[in-house]
Design a protein around this ligand. Structure first.
Ligand code: SF4
Length: 367
């Protein structure tokens, strides 16, 4: 059985582990990303590589230490460094003496048959039906996580006992990770929803509404964003995340999917940015406008240091901030960022938004 690994990105390992098992691999999930992971990856990376590159490289090396012999990495197209990530990572690993094979899986919207050929080589005995079934479980798990997280983000700002939702969330992730069949996934999901239903809320709470947008890895990976959704929730913020893993899967892995969402976002962003700038730069601008139009209280942009698409998105976001009178916090994170520094900036931003909201309410009351 081939021992296969992949990079961490939030809770991606839960559906991915199922997918690999169902396809006959032995999944080697890298240890959770830590400071050590980041240090290992940084040491082998070019200095100006973006943070996700470095962290992923660290994930591979830790997984290789646990026996991984095959690394699966997504490829990409477009004006961003992601397209040649895996080639450079492969060379860095080979240069350091690692013999694990790194296979780049180009997003199927680039070439579906190529992806199939690449996978088939490693799973010759699996039929298309087996692969479809494995993908179905993968998708159902990813969808369940996203639906749960969306709800959790909404109500965390109102929870009476701080941490109660996070506890249910972690139990849900663990239970989901241990399930293998579709019926069980439904049961685990419904049980987690029942848990959320039982959470005691503060009825008079008036949460701030913040749009969390930016580069996908930074938005989804809890370790590098210092569990920003949880931190904000505990500060009384209803967080609307701009991107979920299942959105990305749908966009790239559903051959029949007509990309209405991307078309819609391009149209929305057009007055401020009229071309695709790679990564999720255009989406960041579109979601910034969405936050302004919906009169949300603020926007937080998460970007890795040197991320070109998010740097491009910064100027339009500043214009959106002025036009819609909505404050924006740009958080640029690299391997030297620390939780205390990020927390201080979040607290200051949330304080500013609270004062602003109180002032607006007072003004409206005195009219
Ligand atoms: S979007 Fe930014 S962080 Fe992600 S690969 Fe491209 S340049 Fe790097």
């Amino acid at each position: 059985m081939i021992k296969a690994t992949f990079p961490h990105m939030g809770t991606f390992h839960i559906p991915m582990k199922s997918l690999l098992s169902n396809l006959g691999f032995q999944p080697i999930v890298p240890p959770p990303t830590s400071q050590k992971t980041i240090a290992i990856g940084t040491e082998l990376s070019p200095e100006f590589a973006c943070l996700p590159f470095k962290v992923n490289l660290g994930n591979y090396i830790e997984a290789i230490a646990n026996g991984a012999e095959l690394i699966l990495m997504a490829g990409g197209v477009g004006p961003c460094r992601f397209g040649y990530y895996s080639q450079v990572q492969g060379r860095a690993l080979a240069g350091a003496g690692y013999s694990a094979k790194l296979v780049t899986l180009e997003a199927p919207n680039a070439d579906l048959s190529e992806l199939y050929r690449k996978i088939k080589k490693y799973i010759p005995r699996h039929s298309i039906w087996d692969i479809t079934q494995a993908l179905h479980v993968f998708w159902t798990k990813a969808r369940a996580i996203d639906k749960f997280d969306q709800l959790a983000n909404k109500i965390r700002a109102r929870e009476k006992n701080l941490g109660a939702i996070t506890k249910i969330q972690n139990q849900f992730y663990k239970a989901l990770d241990n399930t293998a069949i579709l019926k069980e996934i439904d049961r685990v999901f419904n049980q987690a929803l029942t848990g959320l239903d039982s959470i005691q809320l503060v009825p008079e709470a008036k949460p701030l509404k913040i749009m969390l947008l930016g580069e996908i890895y930074m938005v989804l990976e809890h370790r590098v964003n210092f569990r920003i959704e949880e931190q904000l929730g505990h500060m009384g913020v209803d967080v609307k995340r701009s991107i979920y893993l299942s959105d990305w899967i749908e966009e790239h892995f559903s051959p029949l999917h007509i990309n209405k969402s991307r078309w819609h976002l391009s149209k929305l962003a057009r007055p401020y940015l009229d071309s695709h700038v790679g990564g999720h730069g255009l989406e960041s601008v579109a979601h910034g406008i969405e936050a302004g139009v919906n009169r949300m209280d603020g926007i937080i942009q998460l970007a890795p240091f040197t991320c070109m698409p998010e740097i491009v998105a910064m100027a339009p976001l500043t214009a959106i901030s002025n036009d819609f009178s909505i404050p924006v916090l740009h958080l640029i994170i690299d391997e030297h960022s620390g939780e205390a520094g990020i927390r201080t900036r979040l607290e200051a931003f949330v304080d500013l938004l609270k004062h602003r909201k109180d002032k607006i309410t007072m003004k409206q009351l005195s009219i």
